[in-house]
Design a protein around this ligand. Structure first.
Ligand SMILES: Nc1ncnc2c1ncn2[C@@H]1O[C@H](COP(=O)(O)OP(=O)(O)OP(=O)(O)O)[C@@H](O)[C@H]1O
Ligand SMILES: [Mg+2]
Length: 246
């Protein structure tokens, strides 16, 4: 059996944030290991801690206690600048809101992270990424001139342009109608598979979770169920039933 490396691991991860009503324990002793190349769906009711868990894995939030290691680097004690550098080229993020820069064209939006990486053919590469998401004809359009599905495809091209090892999506189809959402999801899975990226998707959509190798269920700041990897990293479903492998 091939031994695949853990690209993400959390041990005893707790996240406590202050609110006006006092400290809130948002994540409580989360232990999780994700293998390189897995596709993981994170589900659970609103407020269960899905986005917070994603924030720990992307380094947007730091654990209050416990450890988070991503692609061999411990996030503990890292400052914002070092975390931002570590994210670049390793981690791509697509959110429910597209977060495009309104004063920049589609092409410029996608070129931004490449320029930050110091890539010298940033615009050529950005153009290729936009072609891959089917937007060759929209490169010079501004976000306000594009539909929601087109804007999300630009956001996806921007997230994937630096060739991240891990792509995170937090309800990436939450603002799209069903049909447009499915197009974006198919693209996400297709591109992640082609590039052998690890894919981690927070979703409320059971059909989307079902496309993932592994589904993690959260409730009240805990992982309450984890199907484990029921599919080999090549994308073939194995015969292990969901829930049999913890
Ligand atoms: N900055 C904050 N300060 C205090 N509490 C917070 C903060 N951010 C989130 N929370 C609380 O943490 C809990 C988990 O929030 P989180 O956003 O992770 O939930 P979620 O599972 O992503 O929910 P949804 O499906 O609605 O997006 C919620 O109860 C929320 O109110
Ligand atoms: Mg959320």
């Amino acid at each position: 059996m091939t031994d695949h490396k853990n690209i993400i691991s959390l041990t005893g991860a707790c996240l406590t944030l202050d609110s006006s009503a006092g400290p809130v324990n948002i994540l409580k002793d989360v232990n999780l290991a994700i293998t390189e190349g897995e596709t993981v769906g994170i589900i659970g009711p609103s407020g269960s801690g899905k986005s917070s868990l994603m924030s720990l894995m992307t380094g947007l939030e730091q654990v209050t206690s416990g450890t988070v290691t991503v692609d061999g680097l411990s996030f503990t004690g890292m400052d914002e600048d070092s975390l931002a550098r570590h994210r670049l080229g390793r981690i791509g993020i697509v959110m429910q809101a597209f977060h495009l820069i309104p004063t920049m064209s589609a092409l410029e939006n996608v070129a931004v992270p490449l320029e930050l990486q110091g890539v010298n053919d940033a615009f050529e590469r950005a153009a290729k990424e936009l072609e891959l998401v089917g937007l060759a004809h929209r490169m010079d359009h501004y976000p306000a001139q594009m539909s929601g599905g087109e804007q999300q495809r630009v956001a996806l091209a921007r997230a994937l342009a630096p060739r991240p090892k891990i792509l995170f999506g937090d309800e990436p189809t939450g603002n799209l109608d069903g049909k447009t959402g499915r197009t974006v999801i198919d693209l996400i899975f297709d591109l992640a598979q082609k590039r052998k990226s690890t894919l981690i998707l927070v979703t409320h959509d059971p059909a989307l979770a079902d496309k993932c190798d592994r589904v993690i269920s959260m409730a009240d700041g805990h992982i309450i169920d984890d199907t484990g990897n029921t599919r080999s990293v090549t994308g073939e479903k194995s015969s292990i039933p969901a829930g049999a492998k913890k």
